[in-house]
Ligand binder design. Structure first.
Ligand code: ARG
Length: 573
């Protein structure tokens, strides 16, 4: 649809220009036709002319004969445009022979750094990290497909004062036990017990503070213990990533500790430019435009009163590194909405310091919470935050139960594979299909349903297409016929197929994978209607090749679309 829209928009713009330079055609999808141009009325008013006369002039100037089969003026100069079947068919033929399915390469490929997932060492990954991981992964896939150079950075929390406490706790319970707890993914117990000791035991607190000093001064034994914590936790994160099937690898880890050596430079340089202000013993920058509720300027604390560097200093150092060393033209932060102010302040300070020069962009891709059925933060039955691995395992189990009995011809190990794709796909799709800034309710039954805007529905649509090919002993056509779009359902499916490029473009423009999800859902729905009204295998010989083409192209767009979301498409289920 968007391919067509682009063509139409070009013609209409030129025609409006011929009446008044720069006049907006206001082209919209329409119920009455395919598109409606609503820009005539305001234009006619401005010129003091009769709207239908202006409309007629524009229609002639637009030269739409090859694109439109009907052009009508209704009401007060609304131009209704109906695309011709020939034009849609021609575009479809091009899409079918294009490996990229009509999705253009970016005209201005850029280096983008995507900061996502970023769990914290020796701390359980929570659902916020799940969202970041899933959304970030989908965006990286799409950016890469569009031809950009994508640098994935997993900014794990692996440094800072909590490590004094964590290392002391490791020593208290013994290295062996600590390694075991972390290896089996019991990060929660480990972290909680460390915290209990810290809260209850003055001596432990003292030891922890001393340990932080040792860590920061590079004491070899302390660093070794710290590394044990990091390595074990990373191994656990890797388990979660491999269950999720995301692109992240250990090479993408650029944790907070990475910037340790340049934090003092960051502070020194801020000092030299005259941006640092001493406030209650801490060293801060007050970026313009950030105030608290009382209207007082808000500080971004760069160095705390105890000389320690904070989260903000690390983020400033990271911006410098990403722009300076990596040459990023855009830094994308896939981070929960509560950190919006922190990030905006970091961006503002980095701009003031010249570390984020125009036109380099920094974007906060914020997202909302995951809620339980009670509309509160998602918790397990026992009341503790849910563990991600448990969530994924449960998803696969439930998917397995859902596929059982659907397709008896599915071999046992094949069924396991399908359950895996379905369960993980359902969790990912439920996350991605919700407009990201909104909270969403984690609802097993809804996300695993085979009907509605769900992962399984799209996966099923894909499997169904493959099964048509299996049953009909068809192979992908070696040359493509010109599609026949005489039936309304064929025409609607054709139009839907052409919308793929536009959906990806909209997703990247708004950093919102839900756009691609809505598109794929519409496509699958159009396919369902087509399949219910137009026989394929039993089609009359003259339309059979065309219908096969529509099926094949739909299957490819669904598969590629799901792949760009990080979701696998089974051939059978
Ligand atoms: N580790 C942090 C957390 O769990 C998120 C880090 C986000 N990235 C960043 N550059 N600040 O909340």
């Amino acid at each position: 649809m968007d391919e067509l829209r682009a063509v139409l928009l070009g013609r209409m713009k030129a025609a409006f220009d011929s009446v008044e330079e720069g006049a907006d055609p206001v082209l919209r999808p329409s119920e009455r036709a395919d598109f409606q141009a609503n820009g005539v009325l305001p234009l006619a008013k401005r010129l003091g002319r009769n709207p239908s006369e202006v409309a007629s002039q524009i229609i002639v100037a637009a030269e739409l004969d090859d694109v439109c089969e009907r052009v009508e003026v209704s009401g007060r100069g609304f131009i209704n445009l109906t695309i011709s079947e020939r034009f849609i068919a021609g575009q479809l033929s091009e899409q079918a022979t294009d490996e990229r399915l009509g999705v253009p390469m970016a005209s201005d490929p850029e280096v983008l750094v995507v900061d996502y997932s970023h769990p914290n060492v020796a701390k359980e990954m929570h659902v916020g990290h799940l969202r970041s991981t899933i959304i970030g992964d989908a965006l990286c896939r799409m950016l890469g497909f569009a031809g950009h150079t994508v640098v994935r950075e997993n900014h794990i929390g692996d440094w800072g004062t909590p490590f004094g406490m964590l290392i002391e706790h490791l020593l208290d319970i013994g290295e062996e036990k600590a390694v075991h707890e972390l290896s089996v993914g019991d990060l929660d117990t480990f972290y909680r017990q460390a915290h209990v000791s810290f809260d209850d035991d003055e001596q432990f607190r003292e030891r922890s503070r001393h340990r932080v000093v040792l860590l920061q001064s590079g004491d070899p034994e302390t660093l070794r213990l710290w590394r044990v914590l990091v390595e074990r936790s990373v191994r656990y994160f890797d388990d979660v990533y491999s269950k999720l099937g995301v692109l992240l690898t250990d090479d993408d880890i650029v944790g907070e500790s990475f910037y340790n050596d340049i934090l003092s430079d960051v502070v020194r340089d801020l000092e030299a430019i005259g941006l640092l202000v001493e406030s209650e013993g801490a060293r801060c920058v007050f970026p313009l435009g950030f105030t608290n509720r009382d209207g007082d300027p808000l500080p971004l604390i760069v160095q705390k009163s105890d000389q320690g560097f904070g989260y903000a200093a690390t983020d400033l150092a990271a911006i410098r590194d990403r722009v300076g060393r990596l040459g990023a033209k855009c830094i994308v932060y896939v981070v929960g909405a509560p950190q919006a102010q922190h990030l905006e302040m970091c961006f503002a300070v980095a701009r003031m310091a010249g570390w984020l020069p125009e036109p380099v962009k920094a974007v906060h891709v914020a997202f909302g919470n995951v809620l339980g059925a009670d509309r509160k933060m998602l918790r397990s039955r026992s009341g503790v935050p849910v563990k991600l691995v448990d969530l994924l395992d449960e998803a696969v189990q439930r998917a397995d139960a859902a596929v059982t009995g659907r397709d008896p011809s599915l071999a046992h190990d094949e069924r396991d594979r399908v359950a895996q794709m379905l369960g993980v796909g359902a969790v990912k799709y439920a996350d991605l299909s919700t407009e990201r800034t909104r909270d969403y309710t984690f609802d097993w039954d809804r996300m695993l349903a085979f009907e509605g805007n769900t992962g399984p529905y799209l996966q099923y649509a894909h499997a169904r297409i493959r099964s048509i090919f299996r049953r009909g002993n068809l192979s992908a056509p070696s040359s493509y016929p010109t599609p026949n779009l005489a039936e309304p359902a064929e025409r609607a499916l054709g139009l839907a197929l052409l919308g793929f490029a536009g959906a990806i473009e909209a997703t990247l423009e708004q950093w919102s994978p839900s756009r691609l999800c809505s598109y794929l859902f519409e496509l699958a729905t159009a396919f369902t209607t087509f399949y219910e009204t137009c026989p394929v295998l039993k089609a009359p010989p003259d339309v059979l090749p065309s219908r096969v083409l529509l099926c094949e192209l739909t299957g490819r767009v669904l598969e590629r679309g799901l792949d760009l979301l990080g979701i696998q498409a089974p051939d059978q289920m």
